[in-house]
Design a protein around this ligand. Structure first.
Ligand code: DGJ
Length: 739
């Protein structure tokens, strides 16, 4: 619910459990007055304090009042050069060369439904959504901003975006345009806040880091052209005492897949400003008179009751109105992928054999990974030549796909459209289509160059060649990969003064390509991938309902990767496979049971030679697939509870999926390396109905109990886990309410 109070000039955004408020003050400065647990409709500017502060300047309208300063006031969209010395939300180089901007409130509109953003991903809205649009003007120039707020009451979600417009007579240059500026105000002016971020690298993505907010600026971000393996565009702020089950916390996700910054600034009076948006590094956008620039959407959730509740709201909101499944309401197929089996070296017959074994065990989709096109026999060649390699696949997909389908399986294909190998027909014909500045040798990444996806002609060419492949056979899935960071960011299609637009235009190019693909192939399922989890963000999720979470398929490493990923992103989005042991990335061996338990807390598939499995292992695989299919809705749509933190608890990691009606739950537990004289393990479950009685069975038929336990017993007293001998063991328990 969005309310405007004409007397106090406050705009109050209520969701079920939270309230967000801003106020146009006497000088039309748009103050941020509150964001937190739901309160009434009072004017919360009573929380804003005014004191005469040395060296904090005062705008002219304040006259001789030295208590009014932009430097100390909480603001909704902070500007630059006119008194606020904290990091600004927007920076505009004016036609006279000054870097001055002073936004003032100029009106607003409240409307039903959710706004959309041209060319950018955003929550799709639906019933119960409302939009607030606030107009800001810089009185001394023609620069205006439209601040957009989407309010989803049910999931406590507030989305934000900003559109900057040049309504003046001469071009201006946008040097910074954040999506979200949040000045925590009132009782949050304090020193006991924590900043939670998710850091990592290739094959070890999204490790959780929790650090005290201290004076100065703490930030994470990416200047790699993709959201990156190194830092994720999802961050949290919380009270020091907050944890999974209690405490105030805020989560903010940027729906963007390129360079980003997420920073917290803790300033002289213990105020805290959170900024999220496109990274200002090499960003400079010229706005001619009449032009507009749209900053990507950010999604915010405040949870007054801990991390788990925040996670559930993000997951539910993303599933309901961000992720667009091409076949909604149907179970996604369990897949087999040949990459970790064959890499680039395979024949059609070999692929059919892999698919045959997989189909016998219950798998439903065969994905042909890298190596099927051009002269792609290693990662030194072939990218850009999207034509089937007839030596490997005689007769092309027209011949191969029916053979796979005859096994009762669907067919999927790997592609990497944004890239080109120097050893390729495409590069030989169009060397200037790769990003790179004239006279400077380009830097290679995985021995490949990135195509200039800012250019329509380049995108059109790649699109046409992919279309020929997609139209040649019945392809129901593609895995869209991207295997290098961007360097040599310079486009032949833009003049020198516009090169600061290339990073962002590249992302817009990728989005527009994906949009066209979705329009032309509405039933095609796209899985995102960037060397695993290098572009795992809410922007990509708008186009690709699932994303390969990491090239690391080791079950024990995956516990951490999937733990970190789960804070914001739904389980249905997390690509996870069972692979062979010893694992290719860690050389660790884990039991097949454990690999299945971990991968099934994701989208679930296999990436191994099943023909080499023993009969016992095949039985396990068959049982895993049956378990996954039986509990599909519970896993994919249930509320996800992290029962332990794998960064702290070394003996075991446990998690739980609980159905929305609390009638079912699936508990999974994986132990660490074995140790003698193990302590007893009693697991306290979460999210159950305290009054109901549950029957517990082990999904492998080994564990469980005939006794019925009440939900409160299981949650507050706990359930004993049997002693598990050996390294990396696992247990999975299914709970069903019987009354
Ligand atoms: C990186 C991906 O993450 C892998 O799964 C695989 O598809 C390779 N690229 C293929 O080159």
């Amino acid at each position: 619910m969005i309310l405007y109070n004409e007397t106090s000039r406050t705009l109050t955004l209520h969701t079920r459990r939270t309230t967000y408020q801003m106020k146009a003050d006497a000088f039309n400065v748009l103050l941020h007055t509150y964001y937190g647990p739901r309160v009434g409709d009072d004017d919360l500017s009573c929380l804003v304090q005014y004191f005469d502060r040395g060296f904090s300047p005062n705008p002219r309208e304040a006259g001789i009042d030295r208590t009014y300063s932009l430097d100390t006031l909480p603001q909704e969209y902070a500007t630059c050069g006119v008194g606020d010395f904290r990091s600004s939300a927007a920076e505009v180089e004016q036609p006279d060369g000054s870097l001055l901007l002073d936004f003032r409130y100029a009106g607003h509109e409240i409307r039903p439904g959710k706004y959309t953003l041209e060319g950018l991903p955003s929550f799709t809205g639906g019933e119960g959504w409302e939009t607030l649009s606030v107009r800001l003007q810089d009185p001394s120039s023609g620069v205006e901003a439209e601040l957009l707020y989407g309010v989803c009451e049910e999931h406590d979600l507030i989305t934000r975006a900003a559109v900057l417009a040049n309504c003046g007579q001469a071009p201006v240059r946008l040097r910074r345009a954040m999506s979200l500026c949040l000045d925590l105000n009132g009782n949050l002016n304090r020193t006991d806040l924590d900043f939670i971020t998710f850091y990592g690298g290739h094959v070890r993505e999204r490790n959780m880091s929790r650090a005290q907010v201290c004076h100065g600026i703490q930030s994470v971000g990416s200047v790699r052209g993709v959201s990156s393996h190194q830092y994720n565009p999802f961050v949290m702020l919380c009270e020091r005492s907050a944890g999974e089950d209690a405490g105030l916390c805020y989560g903010a996700a940027l729906l963007y897949s390129g360079n980003f910054t997420a920073q917290v600034e803790h300033s002289q009076f213990n105020d805290t400003r959170l900024l999220i948006g496109i990274h200002p590094h090499h960003f400079c956008w010229t706005l001619a008179p009449g032009e507009r620039f749209t900053a990507p959407e950010a999604a915010l959730i405040c949870s007054p009751d801990g991390f788990a509740a925040m996670t559930h709201r993000f997951h539910r909101a993303m599933r309901a109105s961000l992720i667009q499944d091409p076949c909604p309401g149907t179970r996604r197929p369990v897949l087999i992928n040949n990459w970790e089996v064959t890499e680039f070296h395979f024949s059609a017959d070999q692929l059919v054999e892999i698919a045959r074994e997989a189909s016998k065990l219950g798998m439903e989709l065969f994905v042909m990974d890298d190596g099927w096109f051009g002269n792609r026999n290693s990662d030194y060649s072939g990218l850009g030549d999207w034509v089937v390699n007839q030596d490997k696949i005689p007769g092309g997909l027209e011949a191969l796909v029916p053979r796979i389908q005859a096994l009762g399986m669907r067919f999927g294909l790997w592609v990497e459209p944004e890239m080109v190998s120097e050893d390729s027909g495409l590069y030989r014909a169009h060397p200037d289509w790769a990003l790179g500045a004239p006279g400077r040798p380009q830097t290679r990444g995985r021995s490949q160059l990135a195509l200039d996806f800012t250019r329509q002609d380049v995108r059109d060419y790649v699109y046409a060649s992919l279309r020929r492949v997609l139209d040649s056979a019945d392809i129901s899935y593609i895995k869209w990969d991207m295997n290098r960071a961007l360097t040599d960011v310079w486009s032949a299609a833009l003049p020198a003064e516009r090169q600061g637009e290339v990073f962002h235009r590249y992302v817009l190019g990728v989005y527009s390509f994906l949009e066209q693909l979705r329009r032309d192939y509405p039933k095609l399922f796209i899985e995102g991938c960037a060397g695993g989890g290098g572009r795992f963000d809410a922007g990509m999720l708008y186009y690709t309902p699932q994303i390969w979470a990491s090239d690391n398929t080791d079950a024990i490493d995956r516990l951490k990767i999937q733990y970190g990923t789960s804070f914001c992103y739904p389980i249905s989005a997390i690509g996870a496979h069972v692979s062979a042991v010893p694992n290719g990335q860690t050389h660790r061996s884990t039991p097949m049971e454990t690999r299945g338990v971990v991968a099934m807390s994701g989208t679930f598939g296999y990436e191994m030679d099943l023909g080499e499995c023993t009969e016992e292992e095949k039985k396990t695989v068959r049982r895993q697939i049956e378990t996954f299919k039986a509990h599909y809705n519970l896993i994919q749509e249930g509320d996800y509870y992290r029962l332990t933190n794998p960064f702290q608890d070394k003996d075991y990691t446990a998690w739980e999926h609980v159905s929305p009606d609390q009638r079912e739950a699936l508990v999974s537990l994986v132990t660490g390396s074995a140790r003698a004289a193990q302590p007893f393990t009693v697991l306290r479950l979460k999210g159950l109905d305290p009054q109901r009685r549950y029957r517990i069975t082990g999904t492998d038929g080994l564990y469980g109990s005939d006794t019925l336990y009440r939900g409160d017993t299981l949650m507050y007293a706990g359930y004993p886990i049997p002693l598990l001998w050996g390294d990396y063991q696992s247990v999975q328990l299914y709970l069903e309410a019987v009354e």
